[in-house]
Design a protein around this ligand. Structure first.
Ligand code: AMP
Length: 402
């Protein structure tokens, strides 16, 4: 069974084609700068020996439909294609950012689902309309494939009211559905499952804290394998210090910025989402550059990293209290998977909680799941490479087979 995973953004389509029977990636890539003058399409396809060859096409991509048609043409190229007929693709799994309270799980897309995604668009105005467009185009291009929606928010729908409700007038929740939703759900779910498999223990018997540290960053507390709290909120701005997002600030900060500095809502939005976090403090949102700057004596980079690690540590403490008992701590995503320094910073001084990193294990390279706690520690600390596209493909398969 072949499943195409699509992530449609306002000016891009990212894709990955999976052969679920073997399981492996057959092709992947992205059409970017759609609708702009200088479009770019990157396409990787499997060649002999499980290696990948890469092609890059430069030139305008008029719109998303043109982009997806070009991707399909590459997938079906008579000489280098990885599928012969469109009908070989049984299903298309779409990443949908905001499912609101309507979706607790992956669903097959029908008109009602489309309408519900549309109704949640005000909660993710930059993402849901693009995701919907991706679905519409995919339905036209693959009329015989089953279309499936996998939501970033669905995994967090098990969070209890005491953790998701904001202490503002209750009508704001009842009428406007203003509450914590949480994001990166496919990643948190994927690494939690992988951790349980690695430890050979049932997920539903484990309490975990999953720490997704990429350009965006979030944490989740899982009790008996189910999410009970997460650091992002109604939007992905809340919680940890991120590449260019502030994470938690005083909720009155926007009023101050408006009243005293005359900033508009748009300016404040840009300040907190695009000019803050690591970038706001030391000028770059790329963690590799921040670490390099710190190593060359840059004081701001040092402060940025201290803030970054301190915030993660505070959330570990909070979630430890929420869970009462912690079995597993999982690091994932670009920073979490690749930076022993940051993992160490986040766990420094937590040995009283049973959280203790083994320095040698922490520095082992390789991109497989690995255990990095000291032998015999109460809490297992794992590094688990995330794979959101694979999780979307797995969910898609599960839902169409059931
Ligand atoms: P992601 O959003 O998951 O792709 O993660 C992107 C972030 O991971 C960027 O800030 C990168 O600088 C960071 N990253 C990738 N590789 C490394 C590494 N070896 N050490 C530190 N950070 C890394």
């Amino acid at each position: 069974m072949k499943i195409l995973v699509i992530n449609t953004g306002s000016s891009s389509i990212k894709y990955e084609l999976f052969d679920m029977d073997h399981p492996r990636v057959l092709a992947s890539g992205a059409a970017e700068k759609i609708g702009e003058g200088a479009g770019i399409l990157t396409h990787r396809r499997i060649v002999t020996g499980g290696k990948f060859s890469k092609e890059v096409e430069k030139g305008p991509i008029a719109d998303h439909q043109a982009g997806l048609k070009r991707i399909v043409a590459l997938l079906m190229d008579p000489e280098h294609g990885v599928v012969r007929e469109k009908s070989e693709i049984s299903a298309v799994g779409h990443r949908v950012v905001h499912g609101g309270e309507a979706f607790h799980a992956t669903v097959i897309i029908d008109d009602k689902v489309m309408e519900a995604i549309r109704q949640n668009s005000h909660l993710a105005p930059l993402h849901n309309p693009a995701n919907l467009m991706g679905i519409e185009i995919s339905k036209a291009v693959f009329p015989n494939a089953i279309q499936v929606a996998v939501f970033d928010t669905a995994f967090h729908q098990s969070i209890p009211m005491k953790a998701f409700l904001y202490a503002i007038p209750f009508e704001m929740y009842e009428k406007e559905r203003i509450r914590r939703y949480g994001f990166h759900g496919t990643s948190h779910a994927y690494v939690a499952e992988k951790a349980a498999i690695f430890l050979d223990l049932p997920l539903k018997e484990l309490n975990l804290i999953t720490i997704h540290l990429g350009n965006g960053a979030s944490m989740a507390a899982l009790k008996n394998g189910k999410c009970v709290d997460t650091s992002m909120g109604m939007t992905p701005l809340a919680g940890l210090v991120m590449g260019s997002r502030s994470g938690d600030v005083d909720p009155a900060l926007p009023f101050f910025l408006a009243d005293h500095l005359g900033m508009s809502v748009k300016d404040i939005d840009r300040l907190l989402n695009e000019e803050s976090g690591l970038k706001g403090i030391c000028g770059t949102n790329d963690m590799r550059e921040v670490i390099a700057k710190m190593n060359s004596g840059d004081e701001r980079a040092k402060i940025a990293l201290e803030l970054y690690g301190y915030r993660v540590k505070k959330y570990i403490g909070a979630y430890f209290a929420v869970l009462g008992n912690l079995d597993v701590l999982v690091f994932t995503a670009g920073v979490g998977e690749n930076s022993p320094e940051i993992r160490e910073l986040c766990c420094e001084g937590l040995s009283r909680l049973g959280i203790e990193i083994d320095q040698r294990r922490n520095c082992n390279s390789g991109n497989e799941t690995k255990e990095i706690n000291v032998p015999g520690a109460e809490v297992k600390i794992l590094v688990v490479p995330t794979n959101e596209a694979l999780k979307i493909a797995q969910e898609t398969r599960k839902v169409i087979e059931s």
